[in-house]
Design a protein around this ligand. Structure first.
Ligand code: ADP
Length: 462
């Protein structure tokens, strides 16, 4: 059996994985199965002349190999090309693209260096799974070191149409490097279509049956694998005695009041200012909600060194302050805004205790919060999911109230509908959504990707 090698920008702390969730939980089972190796950045930034020796630790039969980044690499590869160029562009936000040529150099350099360090650790029976936009050229660099094993890539964020992608400096090189993989996985069929349009329109390639995509003298498998969650673990977290007690406390404090919940990293892709404007609109259009409905927005800080993130924080604080000042009263705060990380079991209890889950990104690869909100609900009294049509999750979660996040009236109307939806309709929608979330859970995602990778054709070295 092949050993699995996972590569991601940050290596998750497997000691705390069960609390933090995310990729660690998703991949740990697969890494344990036949022994595994996880390689990536350890999160440390060191002086430019410091040694970058890989560090090995073992956790439950998994080898975890991490390397630091130098200050220059952190600024060019991580903050620069990854988060000031690729992140905004791949989320269709060209206005926020902030490019310098040193960013691209740093991005190439770090991918080359990581490939050199990783190549020494890869055996002939291994299969390699690379994650996300920080590491697009990793396979092409590994091939230069004679690595011929199967390598798959999964893009966690959206892939935009060619008209948007061509604004990324050196996009042609970037797409060509993707052809060093044997399999590329995207979140949605829309992302796959965008990629294949680029390949046919810009790179003179072709798309064959089953998504086999050819260009640059290579033919690779391309498919969508919508990422999912561990449904039972979220449900259980939302139904512990502590969660019950927390929900009771909320209910007592807010007698006859209803809560709408939003949980997102404080990122400009998440549509938070528009969400607050929509909540204000709800209070204006339907004043019966005044003193009855609270929006709880949990938005922990992220990437604060990037200017666009500091700006969105200010905007959000201004908007929530203005709504609370205008509508709030001695005994009612319309918007409760929490700017920090919250333990996952508390989040699950908050999801369950909220009449509506508001997930309104302007663009999102998938959005796991949408799925977690559904998984946390009590079937005897389920809440309603309001979901942006621009979240990858909307391709599947049809029974949510699908909204246009740019249209504040549309979102306000959906909130009003959710808060007043009869039980039968809520139960019907929830049942259908839960079925979908279960059918495409995290295990299904992992197994279908690795299954497809193991079936890819002849592996090829450089
Ligand atoms: P993204 O990957 O862009 O942040 P997702 O919705 O796909 O968006 O995933 C976010 C994950 O982070 C979810 O599992 C969610 O529960 C978790 N999360 C979001 N906000 C918080 C918070 N304040 N505290 C702890 N976990 C959070």
């Amino acid at each position: 059996m092949s050993r699995l090698v996972v590569v991601s920008n940050r290596v998750a702390d497997l000691e705390t994985a069960s609390q933090s969730g995310g990729l660690a939980v998703a991949l740990e089972a697969a890494l344990k199965e036949n022994g595994g190796l996880w390689f990536g950045w350890d999160g440390n930034v060191v002086e430019d002349d410091a040694p970058l020796t890989p560090r090995l630790i073992e956790h439950n039969a998994i080898d975890i190999v991490t390397v630091p980044l130098t200050r220059n690499e952190y600024e060019t590869y991580y903050l620069g090309y990854s988060n000031k160029v690729l992140w905004p562009s791949l989320h269709y936000r060209l206005g926020l693209l902030d490019y310098q040529s040193t960013f691209l150099e740093g991005y190439r350099r770090v991918n080359a260096r990581m490939a050199e360090q990783l190549a020494k650790l890869i055996g002939p029976q291994d299969v390699v799974w690379v994650h996300d936009y920080h590491l697009i050229p990793l396979a092409s660099e590994l091939r230069k070191h004679g690595i011929g094993v199967r390598i798959g890539f999964f893009l966690h964020i959206p892939f935009p149409p060619p008209d948007v992608l061509v604004a990324v400096p050196d996009h042609a090189w970037l797409v060509e490097t993707l052809f060093a993989y044997d399999l590329i996985g995207f979140q949605t069929s829309g992302d796959v279509a965008n990629f294949q349009r680029y390949v046919t329109e810009q790179a003179g390639g072709t798309v064959g049956p089953g998504g086999q995509t050819s260009a640059f003298g290579r033919s690779i498998a391309v498919r969508c694998f919508p990422i999912g969650i561990d449904v039972d673990s979220i449900y259980e977290m939302a139904h512990t005695p502590q969660a019950e007690a927390q929900i009771q406390r909320l209910a007592q404090r807010a007698l006859n009041r209803m809560q709408i919940i939003g949980v997102d990293r404080l990122d400009y892709t998440k549509g938070l200012p528009d969400r607050l404007r929509a909540f204000r609109r709800l209070l204006e259009l339907y004043p019966g909600n005044i003193k009855r409905v609270t929006l709880m927005q949990v938005a922990p800080p992220t990437r604060e060194e990037v200017a666009a993130y500091a700006e969105i924080r200010q905007e959000l604080e201004g908007l929530s302050g203005a709504i609370n000042g205008e509508f709030g009263d001695f005994d009612w705060t319309p918007v409760r805004y929490i700017h920090r990380a919250v333990p996952r079991d508390t989040l699950a209890a908050l999801f369950r205790g909220s009449k509506a889950g508001l997930v309104t990104p302007l663009r999102d690869g998938m959005n796991l919060v949408a799925k977690e909100y559904i998984a946390a609900q009590d079937a005897a009294d389920p809440g309603v999911l309001i979901l942006s049509r621009f979240a990858g999750a909307a391709e599947d979660l049809e029974e949510a109230l699908i909204v246009n996040p740019y249209d504040v009236d549309d979102v306000a109307n959906a909130m009003q509908r959710a808060l007043n939806m009869p039980f039968e309709e809520r139960a019907e929608r929830h049942q259908a959504l839960l079925k979908r979330v279960r059918a495409r859970d995290v295990r299904h995602w992992r197994e279908t990707f690795l299954g497809a990778l193991s079936r890819t054709g002849q592996c090829q070295a450089a």
